[in-house]
Design a protein around this ligand. Structure first.
Ligand SMILES: C[S@@+](CC[C@H](N)C(=O)[O-])C[C@H]1O[C@@H](n2cnc3c(N)ncnc32)[C@H](O)[C@@H]1O
Length: 246
């Protein structure tokens, strides 16, 4: 079924990944996810290097993960507590983890790593399959913004330090709702590193429909982990879907 290589992202970025997410609101995200889990088990799709999974496990929750990248999982395994989290290596749109979960988590735009609408629909179904009755599926993603592109291209400064700069160059392909990005990591000593990632983007309404197809319903939507209300101006969203069966 898999029509792309789920290990590609990690192969390019695993050794650098933690540095690129240093300024993320990780503590707040973990607190919000722990509230949503409410003591129940958590499955993270695209668990990566354990940015969220490790603190969630340290808070006493049972945490498991699925990831396509042996390199990202190796970084997780090397951290304290990283060897105690069960991780299935595979494509999270179809791989199975053991058990059922109160919360399935897919953050940091990673739903868009799946290359087609069909793969994203499969992913919602796979998330729903892992949920206990009344369980929730949380997605964090950006809101597509074609207006940010000029002639189909855009460059953003993600961080700019005295000896380290992270840029992102992107091209937009509206005909198939895809965006190709390359992060450009510049350091005085390490030179230039190019970190490619492709996205099949979708607006929240399309994700809501995928949820409905999987037997889930939108329960809440915020603009961010601060619970900022969802408005016309929102450029990202945290969407919480719940099983319809209760
Ligand atoms: C942007 S990182 C996010 C890591 C972690 N969730 C975090 O928030 O720090 C995306 C992760 O998803 C994994 N990934 C991407 N596509 C995948 C797929 N189709 N199946 C399984 N894992 C995938 C990558 O290997 C990577 O570890």
């Amino acid at each position: 079924m898999t029509e792309h290589d789920p290990s590609a992202y990690g192969r390019h970025i695993a050794d650098l990944y933690d540095a690129t997410v240093r300024d993320f609101p990780t503590e707040l995200t973990v607190a919000r996810l722990a509230e949503l889990a409410d003591g129940g088990a958590v499955l993270e799709l695209g668990i990566g290097t354990g940015r969220l999974a490790l603190p969630l496990a340290a808070s006493g929750l049972r945490v498991a993960g699925i990831d396509g990248s042996p390199e990202m999982v190796a970084v997780l395994r090397a951290k304290p507590g990283g060897d105690r989290i069960p991780v299935v290596l595979g494509d999270f749109s179809e791989a199975s983890a053991e058990g059922s979960f109160a919360l399935v988590v897919l953050v940091y735009n990673t739903i868009f790593a799946l290359p087609s609408q069909a793969a994203q629909v499969r992913c919602f179904a796979n998330a729903a399959r892992h949920l206990a009755p009344g369980g929730r599926f949380v997605i964090e993603a950006w809101v597509p913004d074609p207006a940010a592109f000029t002639d189909g291209t855009a460059v953003r400064v993600l961080s700019a330090g005295a000896d380290e700069v992270l840029l992102e160059a992107a091209t937009l392909h509206p005909a198939d709702q895809t965006m190709r990005t390359t992060k450009i990591h510049l350091t005085e000593r390490g030179g230039v590193r190019l970190l490619p990632a492709n996205h099949r983007y979708a607006w929240p309404a399309e994700l809501d429909l995928m949820a409905e197809l999987a037997g889930l319903q939108l329960q809440q939507r915020w603009s961010d982990w601060d619970r900022t209300p969802w408005t016309d101006a929102s450029r990202s969203h945290v969407s919480i879907y719940r099983t319809i069966d209760d």
